[in-house]
Every structure is written in C-alpha cells, then in structure tokens.
Design a binder for this molecule. Structure first.
Ligand code: NAD
Length: 377
C-alpha cells in the first residue's frame, strides 16, 4: 500500500513532531488542529527545529524549504483528510474526545485511508471499534520527542489486517525510526508496561524500606544502567503522564501494576515533575536540571526493581506479545537502558530474582514470577 499523504490530527507535543519527521522524508502532510493559533505555534516549532538541522549541516537549505513546503495546516477536517492515505491521531489522551474525533473523521475520510492512533495507554482494539474500519486501524506509538526518539511501537488491534501492519512498519522505517511490534494490544504496550510499574515499585521501596531517594536513583543509574534515576525519569516524563498511564493501565488489567498511593498524592499536590519545577525532586526556579547523582551514592541493592522489570519483560515474551529481541530493543531505545535486562538478571542470579518475587507475591499476584523466570532459574 503506497503512502503519499499523511494527515496528523493534533499539532501539540507529539503531532507537530510526527508531522515534521514525516515531511522530512518526503511525505505530504496535512496538520490539523482546532484553532489556527495552535497550528501557527506548531509551525513555529517545526521551523525552529528544521533551522537547527540546517545550522548543524544535517539538512541543506533547499531540503529544509522543501520539507516546510510539504506541510499544510488546516482547521477544516474535511480539507485535511482529502486524498489522505494515513491518518495519525495525536489529540489529547481522553477516550471521549478521541471518540468524537473518530466519528468526525469517519464522516470525511476516503475509503483508502488507514487510521492510526498515537495513544500511549488507550486500548487500540477499543479505539478501532469506534470507527468504520477496525481492520484498517493500528497503533503507531511514537516517543517524546518524535524528532529525537528512535523507537516506535506498532500495535495492531485484534482485527488489524496484515497488510496494514506491514504498511505501518514500512512507514516507521521510512521516517528513520526503529519499529517494535507489540503483537497483542496489552495494557501499557511494551515500554510503559515495564516503566510505569517500576516507578510504583521504587515508591514502595521508598516508603517501606526507608531508603534515601538519591540512593535508589544512583543505584538504578550506576548498577542497572538506566540513563538517570527512576524517580528522576518519572519527573522527566511528568508525574501527570505517569499517573494517567497508571489509571488507564490499572483499569484495563489489575495485575499490571501494584499502585503506590504516592504517585496520586504527588499528582494531586501538583508536583508534576520537571515541567513545573517540583515532583519527586525540586528543580531550581522551575527549570530542569539533571540530578547530580554520584556513583558512591549507589549503596542500595536494586534487586527488587530488577525483579519487577524482568518479570514484566518475561510476561511479554511468555504471552507472545513481543520477542525477547524486541523487548530489549524497546528498553534500549525507549527508556535508554544501557544493559540488557536479561543479562543483568543473569548476573544478579535468576534464583535471587525468583526468591525476591516469591517473597513479595504473598501480598499481591502482581509479583508472581512468570513461568519464563522459573525456567531460566
Ligand atoms: N506527550 C507525550 O510524551 C506522549 C508520548 C507518546 C504518546 N503520546 C500520546 O499522543 C497523544 C497526544 O499527546 P500530546 O502530548 O501531543 O498532547 P498535546 O495536548 O500536547 O496536543 C494535543 C493537540 O490536539 C489538539 N486537539 C484537541 N482536539 C482536537 C481535535 N478534535 N482535532 C485535532 N486536534 C485536536 C489540541 O489543540 C492540541 O494541540 C495522546 O494520545 C498521548 O497519549 C504522548
């Protein structure tokens, strides 16, 4: 299936980035939002980003101009959808809003148009069922910012046709990203299924084991090879994003997270992380600076965090959601992990991992060791 024109719905954080990278590789892009002023701001950001690439000699002036010329902006949905081969929806994460958007899209989209959603947490199969073409609907989940993050999760619904999956993967490769196929539409897909429960686990450790936050973070960074501490990563992502993902994922699957009340508390206290200067950590004058974690602060043994991460990674493999290679690729490119979790688990000892999970599983089924871990033990 040939994709020439893409319609991006929503020109916010994700939408403008998706529009930019699509236009950069030659697609015609119609960017749609509900108000021209939002589109103007999005185009300003795209121009800024493209000019940076020209300054760094990564793009010629001619290529930059051609890229910008390929993007049109629209408030009129019908116009935005004209002759579109692929719609990528990136409107806010609100099922009712998405419902409304899809019913409008259905009114004007041509028969050939493939529907894709950039949702982080909503069920693809449920979104697909809201439309006239569930078998031509797919999740294409970019990471923030799409201009820089290499990973894209591709999530078929339970009825997506193979041809649509292949086309989506082809599109992801064309925009020079690395696709990982999330074969089943499970809560959190791949990366969030591992990342979000880890934030909660770290919060439980803080409360129950009375370990210093910096010590947990330094251990995660220096012993597990994370790009930063887990609390720092939660602040960087946004406590609102973590909280929202928690609510959606837990509503879909009660076994996916052992939710710590601390996340909701921070969210209610408006401690949203780096974006407003306070989250787990306080940031100077509301601006984001990395937490200066020192290697000698890494005094905590992060086995409990590794156990939870590897258990969820194993669940994805056991349940044929993803291959081991793709889980590792997703964690490397989506979370910036330096080491393979399976290699780490081998070094820490699968025995110790399973024992840790067994002890914890007395309180909730969330910790029950996956059969793959028992096999590897
Ligand atoms: N921000 C992230 O880190 C991130 C990462 C991956 C995926 N996502 C997902 O991407 C989607 C968009 O998130 P975002 O962070 O870009 O949101 P955002 O709030 O930054 O942008 C959403 C845009 O959609 C516009 N909009 C609202 N109603 C619309 C409509 N009917 N038609 C067209 N545009 C409309 C808004 O005006 C806004 O400009 C969500 O589903 C989110 O879960 C977000």
């Amino acid at each position: 299936m040939k994709i020439e024109k893409i319609t991006v719905l929503g020109s916010g954080t994700m939408g403008h980035g998706i529009a930019q990278i699509s236009a950069m590789v030659g697609y015609k892009v119609a960017l749609r939002d509900i108000d021209q002023s939002f589109l103007d701001k999005a185009m300003e950001k795209i121009r800024w980003s493209i000019n940076k690439l020209v300054e760094k000699n990564k793009l010629s002036r001619e290529e930059a101009d051609a890229t910008l010329a390929r993007i049109t902006t629209h408030v009129d949905l019908k116009e935005a959808l004209r002759d579109s081969d692929l719609v990528i929806e990136a409107v806010p994460e609100d099922l009712n809003l998405k419902k409304k958007v899809y019913s409008e899209v259905d009114r004007y989209a041509e028969e050939k148009t493939i529907y894709a959603s950039n949702t982080s947490t909503l069920p693809i199969t449920e979104l697909a069922s809201l439309t006239s073409r569930p078998n031509r609907f797919i999740g294409i989940h970019f990471f923030n910012p799409p201009q820089l993050m290499k990973l894209v999760e591709v999530i078929p619904s339970s009825s997506t046709e193979q041809e649509i999956i292949d086309t989506a993967i082809g599109y992801v490769r064309k925009v020079e990203k690395e696709p990982v196929l999330c074969k089943k539409d499970v809560a959190g897909f791949i990366v969030n299924r591992i990342f979000i429960p880890l934030v909660h686990e770290a919060a439980w450790i803080l409360e129950e084991e009375k370990v210093e936050m910096r010590s947990i973070d330094a251990s995660v960074k220096y012993k597990l090879g994370f790009p930063m501490g887990i609390f720092e990563l939660a602040d960087y992502t946004g406590i609102d994003v973590v909280h929202k993902a928690t609510v959606e994922m837990h509503a879909r699957d009660k076994k996916v997270i052992n939710p710590s009340p601390l996340i909701e508390k921070l969210y209610k206290e408006n401690r949203l992380g780096q974006k407003n200067g306070k989250g787990f950590y306080d940031y100077q004058q509301g601006s984001y600076t990395r937490i200066d974690l020192k290697e000698d602060e890494a005094t905590y043994d992060p086995i409990r965090l590794l156990a939870v991460a590897i258990n969820n990674a194993s669940w994805l493999i056991t349940n044929d959601v993803s291959s081991k290679e793709d889980v590792e690729k997703a964690l490397r490119l989506g979370m910036g992990l330096r080491y393979s979790v399976f290699e780490l688990a081998k070094n820490y000892g699968y025995d110790r991992i399973v024992n840790t999970l067994n002890k914890l599983s007395i309180r909730t089924e969330f910790y029950k060791p996956d059969p793959l871990l028992i096999k590897l033990k």
